[in-house]
Design a protein around this ligand. Structure first.
Ligand SMILES: Cc1cc2nc3c(=O)[nH]c(=O)nc-3n(C[C@H](O)[C@H](O)[C@H](O)COP(=O)(O)O)c2cc1C
Length: 382
């Protein structure tokens, strides 16, 4: 690399240019699909019809792909992030369970791809530490006209057309209506204890505050509509009733580079499952950093690099979750959360208490948990 260009600046600057995500597939001699994920797919020429992508010279996957006589570029859909991650990282069995059919030249067309472009290799040219692969297009088509997967600042996302702003999530309205039914007992509870209580609904991968009753003016309360990405250990209460696949997806949201944290989060989830509530202890410095990262994330239009910062600081909270309460000891609780039992047609919901008195005894905390559970369970009766 030229001495005058800093590699981090190069990556960061170019990472601000969004790309689509495609899987370049070929058929192995054994008749099985092989492939690699590329963000560098591009249209080049109509006459003659040429496309391009840029594999790294050290790519082992491309070393295999280039021996094929043809290849197919499969454009991934917005809901195919898990498949993308798998093909980009897994070495063996990348395509296990993936449905495909051979294109006119025999290269695999993935059933779930938005569109496909089947090519022969026109030219493979060196360009620095990458190759420029020019493909001569032989056949192509759009087979699933849906939103494509996008990659930007190292994170995945989707296109949102300005002129067709989606209606607000319908689950939010249902959740707010259900929470309204709990308003009276929640207001009574927050007044009785002088604390802040709120109802959270799980909408997609966020927890959204749909009801607030704040009676502790000395602590900052969460506003109505406040959104927090559910990143482990946060949201453990919601995971108690989730499928194993949803739990794996939740655990997958921990920052890369901290795989051992997954076990810590799993242990937190087991404690929450056994006890029926989650308790977060106070660490002012960490909670302040968490709050600051969240604010920056929200103010930045939820950009991927701010999301990464939130993920990193959230993962650190695990050590503050669910301490074992010893009779007679005192604790500084930051929040207690219990699940609100809802039917399958409603979003998962939870009741959270914050602004709690500090230096609380185990017995006090246990009595608050019981009161929260009573209120949460009154939704079944109502
Ligand atoms: C969104 C995304 C875009 C990528 N784009 C490219 C690309 O354009 N060129 C490339 O060589 N690798 C790209 N990669 C990396 C490869 O897909 C793959 O992870 C890498 O090649 C794995 O190493 P291997 O080729 O030695 O198996 C991309 C990965 C992701 C997740």
């Amino acid at each position: 690399m030229s001495e005058s260009i800093d590699p981090t600046l190069f990556r960061e600057t170019l990472g601000n240019y969004p790309t689509g995500v495609a899987v370049v597939t070929t058929l192995t001699e054994d008749g099985a699909p092989d492939g690699m994920v590329v963000g560098t797919f591009s249209s080049v020429s109509l006459d003659p019809p040429l496309v391009a992508f840029f594999p790294a010279k050290n790519s082992k996957s491309f070393e295999r792909l280039r021996n094929a006589t043809s290849f197919c570029v499969n454009v991934l859909a917005a809901d195919q992030e898990p498949l993308c991650r798998r093909i980009a990282t897994v070495w063996e069995g990348k395509f296990d369970g993936v449905q495909w059919r051979p294109g006119p030249l025999g290269s695999p067309i993935l059933d779930s791809a938005v569109s496909w472009v089947e090519c022969t290799f026109e030219e493979v040219r060196e360009a620095g530490d990458h190759y420029v692969v020019l493909g001569r297009v032989h056949a192509l088509g759009v087979q699933r006209p849906t939103l494509p997967l996008l990659f930007f600042q190292g994170g995945y996302g989707r296109f949102s057309p300005r002129s067709f702003i989606a209606a607000p999530e319908p689950e939010l309205i249902q959740a707010a209506q259900l929470a309204e039914g709990l308003r009276v007992p929640i207001e009574e509870l927050s007044a009785e204890l002088g604390v802040n209580c709120g109802v959270l609904a799980k909408v997609g991968t966020d927890a959204v505050q749909v009801l607030a009753s704040d009676r502790n003016p000395s602590t900052e309360a969460f506003a109505l509509g406040h959104r927090q990405p559910i990143i482990p250990p946060l949201g453990a209460v919601f995971m108690v009733t989730s499928t194993p696949e949803e739990v794996d997806e939740w655990l997958g949201r921990v920052p890369p580079g901290a795989p051992d944290r997954q076990e810590v989060h799993r242990a937190v989830l087991e404690k929450v499952r056994e006890r029926g509530y989650s308790l977060l202890a106070v660490d002012s410095e960490l909670l302040q950093r968490h709050g600051a990262a969240l604010t920056e994330f929200e103010q930045s239009d939820r950009l991927p690099r701010h999301e990464r910062a939130v993920r990193e600081v959230t993962a650190e909270l695990a050590d503050l979750f669910c301490p074992d309460l010893v009779p007679g000891e005192r604790y500084d609780p930051a929040s207690i959360v219990v699940l609100i039992p809802t039917t399958a047609d409603l979003p998962p919901m939870a009741l959270r208490m914050t602004g709690l008195p500090q230096s609380a005894t185990t017995e006090q905390i246990e009595s608050w948990v019981e009161r929260l559970k009573q209120v949460a369970e009154s939704v079944v009766a109502s």
